[in-house]
Design a protein around this ligand. Structure first.
Ligand code: ASP
Length: 342
């Protein structure tokens, strides 16, 4: 690690910065200055660390488009002054925020590493210290003077994942995240072993686009789903696109009313992106008869994208106001490493 590395810690909230309220016993955020007190190791790092914080730290359940814009803004305005960025964030919606930042910050040539913890950093068995320290180490790691990681990652326990491939799968394990369709970008043990063959590299100068459109939804189907529910969701005024969470390799009911509801939606210009309810694997429309109709209706295969990445990608692309045909093409492409080529 070069001693001259400058790292910016961006504190948004979450368990990592929480303490127990002595009166109620519930977890409440504390002033970020206290985090340094709880992690004196930060002072011993062989790099310079500055801290910026959300004015009001939030539980990540309260994260919204404005939060993503503030995070991206904090990276953008400080981009030239720092070698790497660590974003401290609650685990609950970290996969959405990491996806959002991965789309907003195109052509990163510096690391933006999300981390958090399952136990507050003040508690004796906390996982927060280790996560924070490893995230800083990754954010400051270089090869021949260049950052090893040049993309948005999620560091949790012993693995660095591509941010837009992550899913929080455990409410209690210290390794709370998985990236079922892409191997970890780094494994953390005595050494940090990077998968250099997987790491993204910029194709041009950094561009930051912060517009999103929230006229989106998720329709998770289930056996016995009612016509009223499906038609109700699809007739919501202003709906522009939604993620269809389908069964297995992209399958759904073949009942006429169901297919007709989807057909009517696409005829009204609503974009439907099909991702699987399974954690691992991908949508292959047309593999079974139960998904052939989706193909014919014009539903777009989300490949192996997570629901989190698929939804945020829709919000991002709608925010950029692409024409429908371009939007469909870009949804089928990987723009930030979020899907594997089908
Ligand atoms: N509810 C918390 C949050 O997501 C949990 C955590 O920090 O891990 O903000």
């Amino acid at each position: 690690m070069k001693s001259s590395q400058n790292i910016l810690l961006i504190y948004t909230g979450g368990t990592i910065g929480m303490m127990e309220d002595p009166d109620t016993g519930s977890l409440v955020p504390f002033d970020f200055a206290q985090l340094r007190m709880h992690v004196p190791e930060l002072r011993r790092f062989d790099c310079h660390i500055d801290v910026v914080s959300f004015d009001e730290p939030i539980d990540s359940s309260d994260v919204n488009i404005d939060s993503w814009q503030r995070m991206a803004q904090m990276v953008e305005v400080n981009y030239d002054h720092y070698d790497g960025f660590v974003i401290l964030h609650g685990t609950d919606t970290m996969a959405f925020s990491a996806s959002a930042l991965s789309f907003m910050l195109q052509n990163l040539d510096k690391p933006v590493i999300f981390t958090g913890s399952q136990l507050p950093i003040g508690q004796i068995r906390t996982d927060g210290k280790e996560n924070l320290i490893t995230a800083i180490e990754i954010a400051s790691a270089t090869d021949n003077g260049l950052p090893i990681v040049q993309e948005v990652g999620v560091l949790f326990q012993s693995k660095l994942f591509r941010g837009n491939r992550t899913h929080k799968y455990s409410t209690e394990n210290f390794d709370a995240f998985e990236s079922a369709n892409l191997a970890p970008l780094a494994e953390v043990g005595i050494h940090i072993n990077y998968r250099r063959d997987l790491l993204l590299r910029p194709k041009g100068p950094l561009t930051v686009r912060k517009a999103f459109d929230d006229c989106v939804g998720i329709l998770k189907i289930f056996p016995g789903i009612s016509r009223t529910l499906v038609e109700g969701i699809l007739s919501i005024g202003g709906l522009r696109a939604f993620v269809l969470e389908s069964f297995g390799a992209g399958n759904g009911p073949t009942e006429d009313w169901f297919l007709q509801a989807l057909r009517d939606a696409t005829a009204r210009g609503i974009i439907i992106l099909n991702v699987t309810q399974c954690n691992k694997g991908m949508v292959e429309q047309g593999l079974y008869e139960t998904s052939s109709a989706f193909e014919e209706i014009g539903i777009i295969s989300g490949g192996d994208m997570t629901t989190e990445a698929a939804l945020v990608k829709l919000m991002y692309l709608l925010g950029l106001n692409y024409a429908s045909a371009d939007m469909k093409r870009i949804l089928l492409e990987s723009i930030s490493g979020e899907r594997t080529g089908d």
